[in-house]
Design a protein around this ligand. Structure first.
Ligand code: PLP
Length: 378
């Protein structure tokens, strides 16, 4: 006698059934659309990087890649200081953030406590709560002040919302989605006061005034996350890395997939590090476009926050951000809107080329020809 079939729904763990997956930015198929919604770099990889990748597409594709991205880790150690044992490479920094949750955080039991807590500031990278939920960990979202500045340690103690013993704290620096940069000195104080593992997620740091990588080499419980996606025009290849104490790195190495970084990604990242001046010129171009665009939007009634990244968070004038999103989309410009979030009143606009910035401004003028100054604008 066969037993009665279980419903397909009941085959899936209750935790997974209840999950809301991370929502990535839209990847549109509409021709001619200007894509300013996922913080990709508008400039291509260096020509030599493309050549190296093309040259590698041959019979070697049948072989497994180096399991620990050994050569890339050696190059990164030479660049940042430390040794290859201070480095782990991942399939994008997203993979490493997920590994950090699995490595350092206990799934929450009936009584969630610090050991089962993933902590982050709100707003910050919207993937963090999803990673915590996938793992069955507790989430602790500590609100940022209205200007998105990093609260000092005394203020965090007074407010009582930050758990200095949380198993894992994830800090996006510069902050996303606000674009606000944080001083290394302030991050250092936060690191010194926090007892659990603290990840400084520096996905956008190449567009900022300060970077905090030294903190990962100084504090044994601090990891710095970097990615080749944004500043190094390699989103497609999926390469990110963590820098930190060899004991934490060794623990992460234990639980990753055997061949987690694809071979072409390793080749592209290695070649990238041989052509840093090309990328540094692009950072300067992007920062210049960012500052010009910021002024031009402010002149059109947008309230634009200062940015240390390759995007702007801007509150459009009336009617509202959702309507603006659709109006710009109708004019072939795609930006990001975080509906039902603390930044619902804003649009996040990736910095493209100067021509793309001009196209955005034309679309703004077309939708809002009056150019009425926004009373909220600073
Ligand atoms: C703050 C932050 N961290 C990490 C990532 C992930 O980068 P990667 O492409 O390396 O997975 C992103 C991507 O949007 C991000 O915004």
């Amino acid at each position: 006698m066969t037993s009665p079939k279980r419903s397909r729904r009941s085959l899936v763990r209750p935790l997974v059934r209840g999950l809301h997956a991370y929502t990535p930015g839209e990847q549109p198929k509409i021709p001619g659309l200007i894509k300013l919604n996922t913080n990709e770099n508008p400039y291509p990889p260096a020509p030599a990087v493309l050549r190296k990748v093309r040259l590698a597409v041959d019979g070697r594709l049948r072989l497994y890649p180096n399991p620990t991205a050994e050569a890339l880790r050696a190059q990164l150690a030479a660049l940042h200081g430390g040794t290859p044992d201070h480095l782990i490479v991942g399939n994008g920094s997203d993979e490493l953030l997920a590994l950090a949750v699995r490595c350092f955080v206990e799934p929450a039991g009936a009584q969630p406590d610090s050991a089962s807590t993933v902590q982050f500031f709100a707003p910050s990278y919207s993937l963090y709560p999803v990673l915590a939920q996938i793992h069955g960990a507790a989430c602790r979202a500590v609100p940022l002040p209205p200007d998105f500045s990093l609260p000092g340690v005394p203020a965090l103690r007074r407010a009582g919302q930050y758990d200095f013993n949380a198993a894992l704290t994830l800090v996006t620096t510069p902050n996303a989605p606000s674009g606000r940069g944080y001083a290394t000195q302030d991050l250092d104080r936060l690191c010194a006061a926090t007892r659990g593992v603290l990840v400084l997620d520096e996905a956008y740091v190449d567009f900022a005034e300060e970077q905090a990588l030294e903190l990962a080499l100084r504090h044994p419980h601090v990891l710095v996350a970097r990615t080749f996606s944004k500043a190094y025009s390699l989103c497609f290849q999926r390469v990110g890395y963590f820098v930190g104490h060899p004991d934490l790195i060794a623990a992460l190495q234990k639980i990753r997939d055997s061949y987690n970084v694809n071979g072409l990604g390793q080749i592209a990242a290695q070649a990238t590090l041989e052509h840093l001046p090309y990328y540094r010129r692009n950072f300067a171009r992007i920062i210049q476009t960012r500052e010009k665009l910021s002024r031009a939007l402010a002149a059109r009634g947008f309230r634009v926050l200062p940015s240390s990244t390759n995007f702007l968070l801007a509150q459009p004038p009336a009617p509202d951000a959702g309507t603006w999103l659709e109006a710009l989309r109708a004019r072939k410009i795609l930006v990001r809107w975080f509906k039902n979030s603390p930044v619902e009143a804003y649009l996040r606009i990736t910095i493209g080329t100067p021509a793309e910035a001009q196209a955005l401004l034309r679309a703004v003028d077309d939708f809002h020809p009056q150019g009425v100054p926004n009373p909220r604008a600073r």
